[in-house]
Design a protein around this ligand. Structure first.
Ligand SMILES: [Mg+2]
Length: 163
């Protein structure tokens, strides 16, 4: 998945610390986070390919048990191909979730290309699925539940929580 606008709501809050260094804050969603952890614990490898770089993202990706963390790559196709090789998967066995034009090639190439509700129109047109929720506000939880339901894992998760 992409990060800004997908894992986050796309907003960056820029503060300056006492040394005058830029501190960047991003907004994430805890329900999205739990959905991603459930994917990881049920055998679905997850990861991010981001055009920007952030230590906070690296820490969050680890917390969410992601298998692949690629940052500072605006051109995402090479990273996508490398991740698939490492995972031993074909493109049609992988999903990609994005919001903006750099994500379009991967939305088209992935077996399950997903655009979030706040994605640019070109992505929504090319995607197999468009989430009802916006990035950083439930979009990833929506996709996580869809995949876990399709793979038959969701019932046990929900029952385990008393649902
Ligand atoms: Mg983005």
């Amino acid at each position: 998945m992409d990060v800004d606008g997908v894992l986050t709501d796309g907003k960056l809050y820029h503060l300056v610390d006492k040394k005058g260094e830029l501190v960047e804050l991003k907004g994430v969603d805890t329900q999205d986070g739990l959905g991603l952890v459930w994917l990881a614990t049920h055998g679905v490898k997850t990861g991010v390919i981001s055009g920007r770089s952030s230590e906070g993202l690296a820490a969050r990706a680890k917390m969410l048990r992601m298998s692949y963390i690629v940052q500072g790559q605006v051109e995402k196709v090479a990273s996508w191909e490398r991740i698939l090789r490492e995972a031993g998967l074909r493109e049609d066995q992988a999903a990609f979730i994005g919001d903006d034009l750099p994500d379009l090639p991967l939305i088209k190439r992935a077996g399950f290309g997903v655009a979030v509700a706040n994605a640019r129109p070109e992505l929504k047109k090319a995607a197999r699925f468009v989430t009802k929720a916006r990035g950083g506000d439930g979009a990833l939880r929506e996709v996580a539940e869809l995949i876990l339901k399709a793979q038959g894992s969701w019932g046990a998760i929900a029952r385990g929580c008393g649902a």
